[in-house]
Design a protein around this ligand. Structure first.
Ligand code: PLP
Length: 285
């Protein structure tokens, strides 16, 4: 497998950054993940504009112009012969001689990227749905930035796995679901209204969320952007999560309680199907 490190394409086992890199020392960096289907990136403009925003918010200088990033991604897909999977990008503030918290005057940002093979469309989890577990949201107050500081999500996901679940739904201090550890959370109410939290500094603005919202409205569904409580989620007709790597994935139980029939719901399945149609058409356009 071939990775990209600061301008060079190298075998991933040989790809290295400094132990003084601020990404390693302080999680002072941002990342993006986009899906690849049929050798093409899905919704990549959306991911690149979010990356640009994350960098701007943290005042990390972008070492590569945006068009250059798309070229690096295309190179990785080609060099790795990737048909279906993910492309991962990470930019940190770079390495400085001294371990000082303040921004270093001289550090050049570090840019790394790699590709990973993964079945995106043919997913067994999409057939069965996944179980989710609620956990307290322990993250910082700028969750709209896709930073590599992911410890709270690591602990959340591990709690879910140890609880026999595949995803954690994180819950704020008022009892409202913020989002999944690595996905956006949606519920469908018994009145067939799709609900997902309003974008704010409390959540990451999901690229897949945005596309699914448009698709759902085209299908005649009402989408409400508002907070929903854990209690409301327990009573939902359906639930699903969205992310670049899982597209639309039905959530069939929460904290051991079946949601709706306890099987993937019709609306969740339809939205997954329509998203894949949209993604593959847009990708080949
Ligand atoms: N929320 C969080 C915390 C995430 O980490 C992710 C993706 O990794 C998402 C939401 C979904 O975002 P996207 O649809 O852009 O992948």
């Amino acid at each position: 497998d071939i990775a990209y490190v600061n301008g060079a394409y190298i075998p991933i086992d040989e790809a290295r950054v400094s132990i003084l890199d601020r990404g390693f020392l302080f999680a002072d960096g941002v990342y993006e993940v986009a899906a690849v289907i049929g050798g093409r990136l899905i919704d990549n403009d959306s991911h690149l504009s979010r990356l640009e925003r994350s960098l701007r918010e943290l005042r990390i200088e972008n070492p590569v112009p945006m068009t250059g990033i798309a070229e690096i991604e295309a190179e990785l897909i080609a060099k790795n012969g990737l048909s279906e999977g993910l492309v991962y990008l990470q930019i940190t503030r770079g390495a400085a001689a001294e371990r000082e918290f303040g921004f270093p005057a001289e550090a050049a940002p570090t840019f790394v990227a790699f590709a990973q093979k993964k079945n995106i469309i043919a997913s067994p989890a999409a057939e069965t749905g996944v179980k989710a577990l609620t956990v307290p949201d322990l993250r910082w107050a700028r969750r709209d930035i896709k930073s590599t500081a992911l410890l709270a999500q690591v602990l959340a996901k591990q709690a879910a796995l140890e609880g026999g679940c595949q995803e954690a739904w994180m819950v704020d201090q008022d009892g409202f679901v913020t989002e999944g550890s690595s996905s956006t959370a949606f519920i469908l109410t018994r009145e067939d209204v799709l609900v997902t939290r309003l974008n704010s500094s409390a959540v990451l603005p999901g690229c897949t969320r945005r596309a699914v919202q448009v698709i759902a409205e085209r299908e005649g569904l009402t989408v409400e952007e508002r907070s929903f409580s854990v209690a409301e989620a327990y009573e939902a007709k359906e639930a699903f999560l969205t992310s670049a790597s899982n597209l639309v994935l039905p959530v069939v139980s929460l904290d051991g309680r079946p949601i709706g029939s306890g099987a993937p719901g019709d609306t969740s399945r339809l939205l997954r199907k329509r998203y894949i149609e949209w993604a593959t058409n847009a990708a080949s356009a």
